[in-house]
Design a binder for this molecule. Structure first.
Ligand SMILES: C[S@@+](CC[C@H](N)C(=O)[O-])C[C@H]1O[C@@H](n2cnc3c(N)ncnc32)[C@H](O)[C@@H]1O
Length: 221
């Protein structure tokens, strides 16, 4: 009888103790998320008027953020880092989905400034920033990816798409900035190409005047 009671008491104690451990871990994780949110929002707030290196507007940052969260994307690529505005919105979303971002910039000065910004925003651990020519690098990147944002040289958009589409998961999206400017060399050709593909659905988000095309892969072929 005595042994029975003590086994029961031990089981109850063990259950309570393990619950306590799980709850403490969950609280710790929630606290880390709240701390990161505060750091990123503080960073974005204090830099709001300072994005002057062809960076995307805030409205477009929110579009990228929402797409990643809504679809639980985890493996993202940002072509054309500049000083890091788009990468910050994407990496912030990826910090919540358990994902990671590769971002590529060819200009050393902007790349270095982006690194400083990533650190200040508290997002460095979610970002693999590469100083490279994306024309070469995208061919060698190992996929699979589920989210791509193209915002470098517009006349190369179609080539970026052709290089990366086979590495994109079904359900993943290839997005491209400034597609409203279809008078810019490369944009019309890129749009015509993606819209002609039967295994991709392409829509255009016009939250800002720039326009973001969103081409989602529905099937491999
Ligand atoms: C419009 S800006 C990107 C802005 C960035 N997405 C943001 O929101 O902060 C385009 C960037 O692409 C870079 N770029 C242009 N051609 C490139 C290439 N071949 N490889 C890598 N980066 C390139 C430019 O140096 C420039 O910094």
């Amino acid at each position: 009888m005595k042994t029975k009671i003590s086994i029961r008491s031990f089981s109850i104690f063990f259950l309570l103790f393990s619950n306590l451990l799980v709850n403490t871990a969950l609280c710790e994780e929630a606290k880390i998320n709240i701390d990161l949110d505060a750091k990123v929002t503080g960073f974005l707030e204090s830099h709001r008027e300072q994005w002057a290196d062809w960076n995307i507007p805030e409205a477009d940052g929110r579009v990228l953020y929402d797409l990643i969260i809504k679809n639980n994307y985890k493996n993202a690529v940002d072509i054309g880092t500049s000083t890091g505005h788009s990468a910050i919105w994407m990496a912030w979303a990826l910090s919540k989905t358990g994902g990671r971002l590769i971002t590529i910039e060819i200009n050393e000065g902007r790349y270095k400034k982006a690194l400083t910004n990533f650190k200040e925003a508290g997002l460095s651990e979610y970002i693999d920033a590469r100083l490279a020519d994306a024309h070469e690098l995208v061919k060698n990147l190992e996929g699979p990816f589920d989210f791509i944002f193209s915002d470098a040289d517009k006349e190369w958009y179609k080539n970026y798409f052709i290089a990366l589409a086979p590495k994109l998961d079904v359900g993943g999206c290839f997005t491209a900035h400034n597609v409203s400017a279809d008078y810019v060399r490369g944009i019309a050709e890129f749009l015509e190409y993606v819209q002609s593909l039967s295994n991709f659905d392409t829509t255009i988000n016009r939250s800002s005047h720039a326009g973001i095309s969103i081409s989602c892969k529905r099937a491999e072929k």
